[in-house]
Design a protein around this ligand. Structure first.
Ligand SMILES: *Cc1c(COP(=O)(O)O)cnc(C)c1O
Length: 450
């Protein structure tokens, strides 16, 4: 098969997959998973397969074992779909196969990286111009942001952490909320700051850090806040936290993996008040912005510190912005291409509508769950919700019945020791009919659970 025919074959298979998504169950059938494991096993073959056979096998033998998260009825974890324009741009970028590390390696990739970063910062109403980088996701964004914080605070104390490491360094104080995301813990582990060597601030009933319970802050302190709690969607009161931190010279980091996108809508200003006054921010683009995996953003108002933390190699310190100067990765794909495509096609209005529609769908979903006898143990502030159905055992039975039916994607989760059904509305593809279908599926699971 010629190269054009092979690429067309892949495109046709991809198009057929996406067209079929609406009529598929959200969860793959057990037989599809068994077939996947039976098809893909054994040692590396001596002789290679024909390229069209490689594609056929992937499409026919692995495709059915995918989760239909590009469709409108997947509500598990916090998983966005992928906007058609972003997927199309991603295919084009794959054809270009550019290395976005340096402007010399790809002027197009490096420039679009820079433009996409500024546009995303403007969409989120962060200070302008903003510094930062396009990364693989919120976990790496947390690592990069907290590395910048570590560099900046230690440099002020006369310590060069890049050269000397943490041996004998002045001690930094880390403050996290009681409901901090595990990815922040991972960042603290990786950066030698220790996930257990933190002051934990108690949270209120919604999972928000209680600003009045903060310990005394100083210029050796990093406060890790969260906007968008994975279970409840709750926002830490970042404005009140920054008020205290600013006066003390502490650094405030915001983990806003999905919640930061609430800033795209002016209707949610009360929720996101003060977020723009933090020192660093992390977010995902593969969640609520609906970009293909993997894609995230890290931002800071302290660009030189981030650059210092991420640039072991002298060319990265050049005058012209080099994408790799702000990230863990050196060689990497041109993430700015599909990010630019999504932002260009949505504009501010489309982005606000995406976020507001998801929240409206989440409210409708909550209403439907209540009609089916569910209880929601928190305020519904965003796109995330938890539902319980009476007892622990009954909620578990509903989760099981729902997973067995497979029509919608949902997460059987646990929060504060209790069992819940977790639902997230994060996809551009979700429509009112999908919410109706989800409510029906949940009601059927409740009936089955008895
Ligand atoms: C999803 C999430 C993360 C981690 O994001 P990845 O994309 O999995 O790296 C971090 N923090 C919060 C609040 C999240 O919801």
């Amino acid at each position: 098969m010629s190269e054009p025919d092979l690429l067309l074959d892949a495109a046709r298979r991809g198009i057929r997959y996406r067209e079929g998504i609406a009529s598929r169950a959200a969860q793959p059938a057990a037989e599809a998973i068994a077939q996947l494991k039976a098809s893909f096993h054994g040692p590396l073959p001596e002789a290679g397969l024909a390229p069209q056979e490689v594609l056929r096998r992937l499409d026919e033998e692995a495709g059915p074992a995918t989760v239909a998260s590009t469709g409108g009825r997947y509500f598990g974890f916090v998983v966005g779909g992928s906007l058609p324009v972003a997927t199309a741009a991603n295919w084009l970028a794959a054809a270009w196969d550019q290395n976005a590390a340096l402007s010399q390696m790809s002027p197009a990739a490096a420039h679009l990286d820079a433009v996409a970063l500024q546009w995303a910062g403007q969409a989120l109403r962060l200070p302008e111009p903003i510094d930062g980088g396009l990364v693989t996701g919120a976990t790496t964004a947390n690592i990069v942001a907290l590395a910048a914080a570590r560099t900046a605070l230690l440099a002020k104390l006369g310590w060069d952490v890049e050269a000397q490491g943490l041996y004998g360094a002045p001690e930094l104080k880390l403050v996290v909320g009681q409901e901090v995301h595990d990815s922040v813990k991972k960042a603290l582990m990786v950066l030698g700051l220790g996930h257990a060597r933190v002051t934990v601030v108690p949270a209120d009933a919604e999972g928000r850090m209680r600003a009045e319970a903060l310990p005394p802050l100083d210029a050796q302190t990093i406060v890790c806040t969260q906007v968008g709690h994975v279970h409840t969607g709750a926002f830490d009161p970042v404005g009140a936290i920054v008020d205290k931190a600013e006066a003390a010279g502490a650094w405030v980091h915001v983990d806003g993996a999905f919640g930061l996108w609430a800033r795209a809508s002016r209707r949610m200003d009360a929720l996101t008040e003060g977020v723009e006054r933090a020192d660093s921010w992390c977010t995902d683009a593969h969640k609520w912005l609906n970009l293909p995996y993997d894609s995230g953003l890290v931002f800071t108002r302290h660009g030189p510190a981030m650059k210092r933390a991420m640039s072991a190699w002298a060319p990265l310190l050049s005058e012209e912005r080099q994408p790799a100067a702000y990230t863990l990765e050196q060689s990497r794909r041109a993430r700015g291409v599909d990010m630019w495509a999504a932002l260009a096609s949505l504009g501010r209005e489309g982005l606000a509508a995406l976020v507001e529609d998801s929240c409206a769908h989440a409210r409708a979903l909550a209403e439907g769950c209540r009609r089916a006898g569910g209880e929601i143990p928190h305020e519904l502030v965003l796109n995330q919700l938890l539902v319980s159905f009476g007892s622990e055992a009954r909620t578990e039975a509903v989760c099981r019945a729902l997973a067995e039916a497979g029509a919608i994607g949902a997460t059987p989760g646990r929060w504060r020791g209790e069992r819940y059904l977790g639902l997230s509305v994060s996809s551009w593809a979700t429509r009112a009919e999908d919410i109706e279908a989800a409510v029906q599926a949940i009601a059927a699971a409740v009936a089955k659970a008895g």
